[in-house]
Ligand binder design. Structure first.
Ligand SMILES: C[S@@+](CC[C@H](N)C(=O)[O-])C[C@H]1O[C@@H](n2cnc3c(N)ncnc32)[C@H](O)[C@@H]1O
Length: 240
């Protein structure tokens, strides 16, 4: 759960300020805890999921948060619809896109297995975005692996560069992770220690691989790394 990594939340807020971002778009709502946390950080939060059971829980949790909008849509459709409206509205602002609709389904055909790849395909040419891919194979940190394939640079490289050929890429590393526990997380606005939240914390702390998760960030301009707990990723690298 990315909201358990204090440093990654700080990075997202710095990127928000650097690019004057109002909209946080998330794919993969799950229980809505991340959307709730970011409702305190961004003017508007848009999030989508396809599982009715999760959507019901998330809507209940997010009901008081009027700046959060939950969509029952598959993420490529959600992103396509968002971009269409963004263009209709004549917007030029940068949008933070948190791509986290990772869910292993053995029944999906190979071309549908990685939702994130289909998200990147529909994002092709949408340059006004900062992208953040969670559960990414960065510096050996915890990440998704489906049927022996890692969610890593070789998998996403081709499609992410097509979103914006000028993108700059960054990852975290273990020394840059600072993980909340049941006590320290109380300081985080938007966190109530309800049953779902406690069970997410317990799950995340259950193994090192689940605790320390990798992130990939793509930004439209280079970042000053004196200000960020990130390392640059060379786009020609074999691996992040
Ligand atoms: C890793 S969880 C998201 C966690 C959440 N962002 C958080 O930080 O708490 C992945 C979610 O993606 C959802 N999902 C899977 N395929 C999807 C799709 N095509 N479109 C939208 N959501 C999808 C799953 O139902 C699941 O709730």
């Amino acid at each position: 759960m990315c909201w358990l990594d204090k440093k990654s939340l700080e990075t997202m807020k710095k990127l928000r300020d650097e690019y004057n971002i109002s909209t946080f778009l998330e794919t993969g709502t799950f229980k809505g805890i991340n959307a709730k946390v970011h409702s305190y950080n961004f003017k508007e939060v848009l999030t989508c999921d396809i599982k009715e059971e999760y959507l019901t829980d998330a809507r209940k949790r997010l009901e008081p948060y009027k700046n959060v909008h939950v969509f029952a849509k598959s993420s490529p459709t959600f992103i396509t619809d968002f971009i269409e409206q963004y263009k209709k509205d004549g917007r030029t602002d940068i949008v933070f896109m948190f791509l986290d609709a990772h869910f292993y389904d053995p029944n999906l055909p190979p071309e549908e297995k990685w939702v994130v790849i289909n998200e990147l395909k529909v994002l092709k040419g949408f340059k006004n975005a900062v992208l953040c891919l969670h559960d990414f194979d960065a510096q050996g940190l915890g990440h998704c692996t489906y049927d022996g394939v890692d969610l890593g640079w070789p998998l996403v490289k081709e499609d992410i560069i097509k979103v914006n050929p000028d993108f700059n890429f960054y990852t975290n590393k273990k020394e840059f992770c600072e993980i909340y526990d049941e006590n320290t997380i109380k300081e985080l606005p938007g966190i109530d220690l309800d049953e779902d939240t406690l069970s997410n914390i317990k799950y995340t702390h259950s193994t090192e691989r689940l605790t320390y998760r990798g992130f990939l960030y793509a930004t439209p301009t280079p970042l000053d790394l004196n200000k960020y707990s990130l390392i640059a990723l060379d786009r020609n690298a074999e691996k992040a």
